[in-house]
Design a protein around this ligand. Structure first.
Ligand code: ZN
Length: 169
């Protein structure tokens, strides 16, 4: 069977014109195969249903307390951060020559700016009734990535060393 061969083309046919049973009307090899192959046709219609369900899906309402709690956490985190930490991290990010690290730094900055150094973890633990969103779960995964955090710490340390050298020379 040619099913394997046309597997990747099924995606392209999701929005293409189709007959009453969902068979693609286009006139090329992939469309002809799928129109005449019950398995591929089932696959195509299944994908259509999945995409339709996804576009109908709306995010669930979050707890009415979420915004207030998050704002409080952000204030706490801002007060807890040493002066100039973000400024130093930001300049390191903007002027670093290590292009590979840029996305990591950008992500790390976004996380730290958003949650203030792990405050979200205690937030989630304090409020187990609040369903952790996928984003929060991602953040928790990142939080446990000690290596990445260590690298960022080293960068910040490097930065303060650079500053020292600059002012000395
Ligand atoms: Zn097939």
């Amino acid at each position: 069977m040619d099913c394997k061969k046309y597997e990747t083309e099924i995606l392209d046919l999701i929005d293409a014109p189709s007959g009453p049973n969902g068979a693609p009307l286009a006139d090329h090899a992939a469309a002809r195969h799928i129109a005449g192959c019950p398995e591929c046709l089932t696959e195509l219609n299944g994908m259509r249903a999945t995409f339709a369900a996804m576009s109908d899906w709306t995010a669930p309402e979050i707890s009415p307390w979420f915004d207030g709690k998050l704002a409080a956490r952000l204030r706490e985190a801002q007060q807890a951060q040493p002066e100039g930490f973000f400024a130093r991290l930001r300049s390191r990010f903007l002027f670093t020559s290590n292009l590979q690290l840029r996305p990591i730094m950008a992500g790390a900055m976004a996380i730290m700016l958003a949650v203030g150094g792990g405050g979200y973890a205690s937030f989630v633990h304090l409020h187990p009734s609040v369903q952790a969103s996928a984003t929060v779960q991602d953040l928790q995964l990142l939080d446990t990535d000690a290596t990445a955090l260590q690298q960022i710490d080293q960068l910040v340390d490097d930065n303060s060393t650079d500053d020292g050298n600059d002012s000395a020379s």
